[in-house]
Design a binder for this molecule. Structure first.
Ligand SMILES: *[C@@H]1O[C@H](CO)[C@@H](O)[C@H](O)[C@H]1NC(C)=O
Ligand SMILES: *[C@@H]1O[C@H](CO)[C@@H](O)[C@H](O)[C@H]1NC(C)=O
Ligand SMILES: *[C@@H]1O[C@H](CO)[C@@H](O)[C@H](O)[C@H]1NC(C)=O
Ligand SMILES: *[C@@H]1O[C@H](CO)[C@@H](O)[C@H](O)[C@H]1NC(C)=O
Ligand SMILES: *[C@@H]1O[C@H](CO)[C@@H](O)[C@H](O)[C@H]1NC(C)=O
Length: 437
């Protein structure tokens, strides 16, 4: 009896192996059959992969190489890339084996980083520059959620399609919208553009976590790094923001606000990291009723109560909410949301002095006027930059020269902190030989 069992097992094993062999042969022959056609795009895709995930710009520039040998060489490629990042013509044998691996090792698909922005009025160029800065340094794939006024949709689409060769991001365009429940009443109370972000947890119901940024944000280090703060939340934290001010003597909320606000100087909502699953689940303490309210139920009474006392709209409402629920906020340091206030009267963001600026926030329109030339120089350098590796590598030198022309201003005096982290980000991403990933 046992002998029979052994023979059966042996046969099953042999059968399985020959099946695998047959499949891999089939895959190879299919590939060879398809291989004759478009040599160039395949080569571009292959070298994109070999380059470790940077844009096809690199591949498109180099001469076309024979497709198949390259495509099938690097086993680890399929293994580490989610399926959607693979060019359609890269598959066959390697990916067949890889699929078996993926199944048996239960590899998680690469987590996407969700980034949301609300663009109204003249904010197209600024928003595109923000998105570019996110793409240039980031490692994990990005999913953009762009809420824009209808007349901007076509331009966004054109511009983003022209970047689609990068394959490291995907996007969805939305009109400015209110949650379907009570839409009419929301519309009566809330200014659509200004309050859109408050509704993101209710509109993007399928999204677990989200980084919301204003259009006037520039990433000087990978989005991955701020995204990783989500994992540092303790069990009660649901969102993360930076303080509105470091220096109470020039703080706005502590001097002028006619409503409650978080902490000593309030928080700034220009860079807001959210675990929206938790926001949707939480019951919030408040000063309107003794019962705790859900996100979707707290906004309207809050606005009705404070309408006449708030100055900065949605940011004020967030401050009121986290005043009553301080255990739910993760406060990250000012270098993650560096604004002119941190240097126009002298430097007061100590973390940025030490480690450089991580995320630049050019509020008050400083990218577009001459009041803070240091901020404007960073913006223009990134706006002018293409995705070519050469361009990105030389970004640092030309920007440094521009910044040196701004030392007559308070912010320009400490221009080195504007490029400290940027230099490191470029070095990490573009100057090292591509690592096996
Ligand atoms: C990109 O986003 C669209 C939604 O706009 C979605 O349908 C599509 O599946 C996404 N593609 C990938 C590869 O993630
Ligand atoms: C967000 O919170 C939920 C519920 O606590 C958790 O399951 C999820 O992993 C969190 N998301 C991230 C990105 O940490
Ligand atoms: C609004 O501001 C006024 C004047 O400072 C104050 O008396 C009033 O209590 C405030 N309203 C609320 C709801 O806090
Ligand atoms: C999480 O951190 C916040 C802020 O530091 C704190 O107020 C809260 O008590 C912490 N929650 C837990 C469960 O430790
Ligand atoms: C960016 O380009 C504009 C015109 O295209 C030019 O005037 C400006 O000097 C450039 N700025 C930088 C920092 O390269």
């Amino acid at each position: 009896m046992r002998r029979y069992l052994r023979i059966v097992l042996l046969c099953a094993a042999c059968g399985f192996c020959s099946l695998l062999y047959a499949f891999s042969q089939l895959a190879v022959s299919l590939e060879e059959g398809a291989g004759g056609g478009g040599g160039k795009p395949q080569a571009a895709a292959a070298s994109w992969l070999a380059g470790g995930g940077r844009g096809a710009a690199r591949g498109a520039g180099s001469a076309a190489r024979p497709g198949r040998s390259h495509r099938c060489k690097d086993f680890s490629l399929c293994y580490w890339n989610p399926y959607w990042m693979l060019p359609s013509d890269v598959c066959g044998m390697n990916c067949f084996w890889e699929a078996a691996f993926r199944y048996s090792l239960k590899i998680q698909p690469v987590e996407k980083m969700h980034l949301a922005v609300v663009a109204c009025g003249e904010r197209l160029e600024e928003t595109m520059t923000m998105l570019k800065s996110a793409i240039i340094f980031s490692i994990k794939p990005l999913q953009f959620h762009i809420f824009a006024e209808d007349q901007l949709h076509d331009s966004f689409k054109d511009r983003l399609e022209s970047w689609s060769f990068l394959r490291t991001f995907n996007y969805t365009l939305y009109p400015i919208t209110f949650p379907s429940e009570n839409a009419a009443e929301w519309k009566k109370l809330f200014k659509p553009c200004a309050s859109q972000r408050l509704f993101l947890p209710l509109i993007l119901k399928e999204v677990d976590s989200l980084l919301y940024v204003d259009t006037d944000i520039l990433f000087l280090r990978p989005v991955d790094d701020i995204w990783s703060l989500l994992k540092k939340f303790n069990s009660t934290q649901i969102a993360a923001m930076a303080p509105e001010h470091e220096e109470p003597r020039i703080g706005w909320y502590n001097r002028f606000a006619r409503h409650p606000y978080y902490g000593k100087t309030g928080v700034n909502s220009g860079v807001m990291l959210m675990n929206m699953t938790r926001i949707r689940r939480k019951y919030f303490k408040n000063d309107m009723t003794t019962v705790q309210l859900r996100w979707g139920d707290i906004l309207m009474p809050l606005l009705k109560k404070y309408k006449l006392n708030i100055t900065w709209g949605d940011q004020d409402l967030l401050n009121i909410i986290f005043f009553h629920n301080p255990e739910s906020l993760f406060v990250f340091p000012c270098q993650w949301n560096y604004r002119p206030d941190h240097c126009i009267y002298g430097s007061n963001c100590q973390e940025a002095e030490e480690e450089g600026i991580f995320i630049l926030h050019g509020n008050r329109g400083v990218y577009h006027d001459d009041k803070q030339p240091a901020f404007r120089a960073v913006y223009e350098a990134l706006r002018n930059c293409s995705f070519e590796d050469e361009d990105i590598r030389s970004l640092f030198k030309s920007l440094e020269l521009e910044l040196q022309k701004t030392v007559h201003t308070y912010c320009g005096k400490i221009y080195k902190i504007f490029i400290k982290q940027l230099a490191k980000s470029i070095e990490d991403r573009y100057n090292r030989p591509p690592k096996e990933r």
